[in-house]
Design a protein around this ligand. Structure first.
Ligand SMILES: Cc1cc2nc3c(=O)[nH]c(=O)nc-3n(C[C@H](O)[C@H](O)[C@H](O)COP(=O)(O)OP(=O)(O)OC[C@H]3O[C@@H](n4cnc5c(N)ncnc54)[C@H](O)[C@@H]3O)c2cc1C
Ligand code: FES
Length: 385
């Protein structure tokens, strides 16, 4: 008779015994059956209950909210990751991602640092309404914008603009606190000196640690300013970091910064695989985006029928997820940038605009799924959630 090769594997008899046991007594056959799931849930909880333990004023338009766990436990994260806060504001339930600005070695709290966006729903609420002691809800830590020792150089060039500084605050503090053998060149661009977040903190760290180089760049500085001026150009990068070949580049900031800095990096000969970009939300004005149909204005309203039932209005210039949330239709979301796939919906009929480069899976494309956080109606739509 042919030998069963599986018999040679360690634990073969134990598995046979378990199968026998489960046939006899039903599926709850192992005493430890639930423990891996419990462990994994603690590492990757879907929802966190948080309390605002402190509020720190950083600039006139920016505050840090210090968040402690309601149940004494915060899951670990990698410096550069974010949490998505879920809030109900004026009857609208929505969520927004915020990078964790505290370092991962600080396990007692998460800091998030929020800058005001003119007319923004959540940033204004967080800055003006939230008080110490308030309860907030968030996702667990998520995102792919972090240092990976297998693929990235030990020398990091971090290019930040405005509130895009927050993931770098976490990375730099972790390196300094834990004595990590990595070099950072942090180029931080802002329009005015008053906009610079964490200036004194970065200055103090770079004065103390020779592997941390902090280079603020001010577009419109006062006359007596003696630091770097203008934009973060290729020439400035080269001047400050020297050799570009042994470094990985990380960018986080507004769309305009990517549009300007990435071509500058390409001119310096930096290959694509060495440029890492954090997602930073849906485009601020989709109608200016390449490929947007000229005859459709941001204010044009289309009808959206949901699950073959109710029909609601959606503006062309607004992501579908926002139109749905305004009418009380909840779609789960995390990155709000087209990256995580959490907000997928199916387009049964009608047409949507999606910015170039949104990573939709081939099977999703084939069956009509889109990311509702970066999809804009160009037609009356029928959708399925
Ligand atoms: C991964 C990730 C991490 C983030 N981390 C941070 C962070 O650490 N700190 C922080 O302050 N923000 C961060 N953001 C941005 C944040 O999620 C919100 O988008 C921002 O607070 C605006 O939300 P809002 O509800 O106030 O504005 P909304 O009501 O969503 O938007 C109002 C208007 O402003 C435009 N708009 C939206 N966001 C911006 C923007 N950033 N700049 C200019 N115009 C904008 C919109 O197109 C819209 O017209 C992050 C975003 C992502 C994707
Ligand atoms: S919320 Fe992540 S893709 Fe839409």
């Amino acid at each position: 008779m042919k030998k069963n090769i599986f018999e040679d594997f360690d634990g073969y008899n134990d598995i046979l015994e378990e199968i026998e046991h489960s046939r006899k007594y039903g599926i709850n056959y192992s005493a430890e059956r639930h423990s891996p799931a419990q462990f994994i849930n603690r590492l990757h909880p879907p929802v966190l209950s948080l309390i605002v333990s402190d509020i720190i004023e950083e600039t006139s338009s920016t505050k840090t909210l210090r968040l402690i766990p309601d149940d004494g436990y915060l899951p670990p994260f990698l410096a550069g990751q974010y949490v998505a806060l879920t809030l109900e504001i004026g009857g609208i339930r929505t969520s927004r991602p915020y990078s964790i600005s505290s370092p991962p070695n600080q396990t007692g709290f998460y800091d998030i640092t929020v800058r005001r966006v003119d007319g923004g729903l959540v940033s204004n609420y967080l800055l003006d309404e939230v008080k110490k002691g308030d309860h907030l809800q968030s996702s667990g830590p998520a995102g792919h914008f972090y240092y990976n020792p297998l693929f990235h150089d030990k020398s990091m060039v971090c290019i930040a603009g405005g509130s895009g500084i927050t993931p770098f605050m976490s990375m730099v503090n972790e390196i300094a606190d834990c004595g990590i053998d990595r070099t950072v060149f942090l180029l931080y661009g802002n329009k005015n000196s008053g906009d610079v977040i964490f200036h004194e903190k970065f200055q103090a760290i770079s004065d103390r640690f020779e592997n941390i180089h902090y280079i603020p760049v001010i577009e419109e500085p006062p006359d007596d300013y003696d630091g770097s001026r203008g934009l973060i150009t290729g020439d400035l990068i080269k001047e400050k970091i020297g050799n570009v070949d042994d470094k990985t580049f990380y960018l986080c900031g507004p769309q305009g910064m990517y549009d300007f800095c990435i071509p500058e990096l390409v001119k310096l000969g930096i290959p694509d695989k060495k440029i890492r970009e954090e997602v930073y939300g849906a485009p601020a004005n989709i109608c200016d985006y390449a490929g947007w149909p000229e005859d459709i204005k941001a204010e044009t309203v289309f009808k959206v029928s949901v699950n073959g039932g109710r029909t609601l209005d959606a503006r062309a210039g607004e992501p579908l997820i926002t139109a749905l949330e305004k009418k009380g239709v909840i779609v789960p979301s995390l990155c709000r940038s087209g990256e995580c796939s959490m907000c997928r919906i199916r387009i049964i009929s009608g047409k949507v605009f999606q910015p170039k480069g949104v990573p939709v899976r081939k099977s999703d494309r084939q069956f009509g799924y889109v990311h509702s956080c970066v999809s804009y109606p160009l037609d009356d739509l029928a959708i399925a959630l």
